[in-house]
Design a protein around this ligand. Sequence first.
Ligand code: DQA
Length: 144
Amino acid sequence: MQTILVLHGPNLNLLGMREPVIYGATTLEAIDQRLREHGEARGAVVSSFQSNWEGALIDRIHAARQDGTEGMIVNPGGLTHTSVSLRDALAAAALPFIEVHLSNVHAREPFRQVSYLSPIALGVISGLGARGYELALDYLLDKA
Ligand code: DQA
């Protein structure tokens, strides 16, 4: 896979400032830049999109069906635990995606332990901080 889309859901624009004990000190910009550079070094194109709006994320997923995207890395933020519509959009796109969470959602409140997306994800990485995105990217780039 050579063309990867990274999707960040609500509140992830505040990374670095938002509850750093839980989510770490790395900003979203730094995460995206690292992913882009890591992709470039491996001959791949990595683009990122963040929105606090469910509909904007869904529109971006719809666009991914036709813009050459081959795989996705998705941190849906709080929509993980609520959004049937986001799941339906991902199912409709039928592109392989890895669900990533900075924090270990399974070690937190019970409502975070339910994901509407995990059953249709290729895999899930949770609790490895910003490193989780890089591991997900390597996996997708290694995949034929
Ligand atoms: C999160 C976990 C979610 O429960 C939370 O709502 C987020 C971030 C994570 O990356 O750990 O916004 O997806």
